[in-house]
Ligand binder design. Structure first.
Ligand code: PLP
Length: 386
């Protein structure tokens, strides 16, 4: 063993001893309500495919037609020759969907967040983030070289105090719309009032809300009735409720042009395959027109929460398809997860350092593709494991 490998192996051994070792599962089927894993059928309660669109035939057909028209790769970045009509059309559709002048596509949500924060702030500026923000937002803050502080989860008093303390010329406030490990939402009206009062800029990552929340799937800003003036920077992903891949930022002309000029994760990377943009356009149609998917999801969430309460599970304060069940002991999370697998259910097993020590949980996510029976069966299995 080389000295590098010896050092790395010691670190890996330590992680194993802490029961924090992460494993991957090989899935033999596509993302649907039932997954094929090692010859077994498992009901899928861990995807972010909230509207059940990842396996929709219309979207698959649009992807295939896109490949016939554009081939497989975009071949270059957006600023060279990678920006196709398909990308451009999708951007216009996303702008219309969000009711904003413009939208800009990124290859992933992770890259959108890194690029956004770093295009907007620099040394001597201020970035304030919720401590439960997604890793990509936290990493964006670290990379920015700005004065970077985290406030306690949804703690508006502390946010107010930190804004008050700073005399930076640019103050960027960054939050998840729906928090990815807890399923609760940010108090955006209050945040936008604080932003206005202290001359701050509010940025919302709505990866889990877009498509799911709001009357037309416009996400948390639609649900909470907020204008672009209140939330000037809106980021959404296409990899979750849209069932495809990629992400976008929607906002003013000046914001989008700033990103095209200054966001390094936009400039120095290859554009998404155009066929993926074709698929996302088809998906957007379904997101907008098939409201029954949101209604069904909402009903399933109610059914799950009622049932979980009846059997005394530790639910969190969430009305979204992210329904974590807290487990008293972090080490138990893996054991319960394995028991559920043996009973035919796949859920997320979330442990530190993804969440704070002592708050290990099963992360159960619901989809419009689930049936009432599948929810009841999951509750029965949880009851027998916990
Ligand atoms: C999933 C997620 C991202 C990352 O999006 P990708 O397209 O998967 O890179 C960013 N922010 C939040 C809140 C997310 O849940």
């Amino acid at each position: 063993m080389t000295s590098m490998d010896a050092i790395l192996q010691a670190q890996l051994d330590q992680r194993q001893q802490q029961f924090l070792y992460r494993h991957r599962t090989n899935v033999a089927s596509g993302c649907d309500s039932v997954l094929q894993v090692e010859g077994k059928s498992l009901v899928n309660f861990c995807s972010n495919d909230y509207l059940g669109l990842a396996s929709h035939p219309d979207i698959a057909a649009a992807l295939k037609a896109g490949v016939d028209q554009y081939g497989t790769g975009s071949g270059a970045s957006h600023l060279i020759s990678g920006h196709s009509n398909a990308h451009h059309q999708l951007e216009e559709q996303l702008a219309e969907f969000t009711g904003r002048p413009r939208a800009l596509l990124f290859s992933t949500g992770y890259m959108a967040n890194l690029g956004l924060i770093n295009a907007l702030v620099n040394r001597r500026d201020l970035v304030l983030e919720d401590q439960l923000n997604h890793a990509s937002l936290l990493d964006g803050g670290h990379l920015s070289r700005a004065d970077y502080k985290r406030y306690k989860h949804n703690n508006m008093q502390q946010l107010d105090y930190l804004l008050e303390q700073s005399n930076a010329s640019r103050k960027l406030i960054v939050t998840d719309g729906v928090f990815s490990m807890d399923g609760d939402v940010a108090p955006l009206a209050e945040m936008s009032a604080l932003a206005a009062q202290h001359n701050g800029w509010l940025m919302v990552d709505d990866a889990h809300g877009i498509g799911v929340l709001g009357a037309t799937g416009g996400g948390i800003v639609e649900q909470q009735g907020l204008t672009m003036e209140q939330v000037p920077i809106l980021m959404g992903t296409l990899s979750k409720s849209f069932g495809t891949f990629g992400a976008f930022v929607a906002g003013s002309e000046a914001l989008i042009e700033t990103l095209i000029q200054f966001a390094r994760t936009y400039i120095y990377t290859t554009a998404l395959p155009p066929a993926i943009a074709c698929a996302s356009s088809a998906s957007l149609q379904l997101v907008r027109n098939q409201h029954w998917r949101r209604e069904k999801l909402h009903n399933l969430i109610g059914q799950f929460r009622n049932g979980a309460e009846q059997i005394g599970l530790r639910l969190m304060d969430s009305n979204t398809p992210i329904q974590p069940i807290l487990i008293n002991d972090d080490q138990l999370v893996s054991t319960v997860n394995q028991q559920l697998r043996d009973k035919g259910f796949m859920v997320g097993a979330i442990r530190p350092p993804t969440v704070p020590a002592g708050t290990g949980r099963l992360r159960i996510t619901l989809s419009a593709n689930h049936s009432d029976e599948q929810i009841d069966q999951l509750l029965e299995a949880l009851d027998s494991c916990l």
